[in-house]
Design a protein around this ligand. Structure first.
Ligand SMILES: NC(=O)c1ccc[n+]([C@@H]2O[C@H](COP(=O)([O-])OP(=O)(O)OC[C@H]3O[C@@H](n4cnc5c(N)ncnc54)[C@H](OP(=O)(O)O)[C@@H]3O)[C@@H](O)[C@H]2O)c1
Length: 347
């Protein structure tokens, strides 16, 4: 798996001492600027028309975060303009903007913020980019639902239009997107084959995978033929190899690189990346939340890091073996823990 180094993020010496807690006008956030990530007190956002202000409990860790910080965003909209990373998370509504109906202060919600900003105590987001947190999930679990879940939804449902009885191959089944894809494919009635290392076989079966192939011991292309839909979350090499196992007229969807259009056309396979078209975000989030509430969609929290440990969280993600999701703890509900008010991240 290709690892994208966060080359531009340098560590400086630890800061000396914390300042007083953020006042009403400010908040703590992890901010990337000038090749460094620091804890900062920054202006607290307010909810504009059509927005809600969310007091964040947990952000989730996505490769998008360190790719954007390293100058390689997943796509143009994934870059954090304000310099605060983080594209999804969970929290509680602290303010409701003009024109927003259906939400009140105090509602627990999940958020998707492709423009960044969830590694902070507060985030203003459009109300159509949130959904109610399922009671059944903790804030930490719910934090990991949106970005990976929406990517899997878009590829499987919006683009490949998965249906009962089809065969779905999920390459990288144990990661954030892979775990979501295995579960969504299963909910839709597909037969699911997933690749992972042997240590994740039981985990993937618990998510509904019918067959798990250990990529360290065998090549999936030696085992499989005539797959209806392949979902690749690993790398471009896996995408090339997947082309050989998808049936004519089938789909290869990838969040991690694709063969050339000519190669896909030669195999009569529809190839595409994650697109921003399709089901409105709010509807997709609400459906995934409903599945979670019904016990059909789970989020495994692998590691939980403090907001002041962003670099450690990113190093763990870069190692490429997260099982499910890792999260950043911003406020655990017990009065903890945004960390020092102004300091450079320490290793
Ligand atoms: N464009 C978008 O909107 C979008 C959205 C989401 C994600 N993405 C991209 O999609 C990719 C996956 O994201 P993610 O969040 O799912 O990553 P992730 O959670 O970090 O993926 C980690 C998983 O990859 C598995 N893995 C590593 N090498 C493997 C291999 N050779 N074969 C099979 N599994 C392997 C690991 O399983 P083992 O521990 O068993 O090795 C681990 O469970 C990233 O490149 C990300 O940037 C794009």
């Amino acid at each position: 798996m290709r690892i994208y180094p966060v080359a531009v993020v340098v560590l400086l010496a630890a800061s000396s001492g914390a300042r007083v807690a953020a006042d009403e006008a400010t908040m703590r956030a992890a901010v990337v600027s000038a090749a460094t990530i620091r804890m900062r007190d920054v202006a607290r956002p307010v909810a504009g028309p059509g927005q809600v202000l969310v007091r964040m409990r947990y952000a989730s860790v996505n490769p998008a975060d360190w790719k954007s910080a390293g100058g390689n965003p997943e796509d143009a909209t994934a870059r954090a303009p304000a310099g605060i990373p983080g594209v999804d998370g969970s929290g509680v509504i602290a303010q409701v903007g003009a024109g927003v109906v259906g939400y009140s202060i105090g509602d627990p919600v999940i958020v998707w913020s492709p423009g960044g900003g969830t590694y902070a105590q507060y985030l203003a987001v459009p109300a159509d980019s949130i959904a109610r947190k399922p009671d059944r999930l903790s804030f930490a679990e719910a934090a990991g639902m949106a970005h990976a879940g929406l990517a899997a939804w878009n590829m499987l449902i919006d683009q490949a239009r998965v249906r009962a009885g089809q065969s779905v191959l999920v390459l990288g089944g144990a990661g954030g997107v892979g775990s979501a894809a295995v579960q969504i494919a299963k909910i839709k009635g597909a037969r699911v084959v997933a690749t992972a290392s042997a240590r994740n076989a039981d985990y993937l079966k618990s998510l509904g995978a019918d067959t798990v192939l250990d990529y360290t011991a065998q090549h999936f292309e030696d085992q499989l033929r005539n797959i209806d839909i392949a979902i690749n979350t690993v790398d471009v090499d896996n995408a090339y190899r997947a082309l050989a196992v998808v049936r004519r007229g089938g789909y290869l969807l990838s969040s991690a690189g694709l063969p050339t259009p000519a190669q896909c056309a030669a195999r009569v396979v529809s190839c595409a990346g994650r697109s921003r078209d399709g089901t409105p975000v709010r509807l997709a989030l609400e459906q995934i939340a409903d599945w979670s509430q019904a016990g059909r969609f789970k989020v495994n929290v692998d590691r939980s890091f403090a907001l002041s440990e962003v670099l450690q969280a990113w190093q763990y993600s870069q190692a490429g073996h997260t099982r499910g999701k890792s999260v950043i703890r911003i406020d655990d509900g017990n009065g903890a823990s945004a960390g020092p008010s102004n300091g450079v991240m320490t290793p």
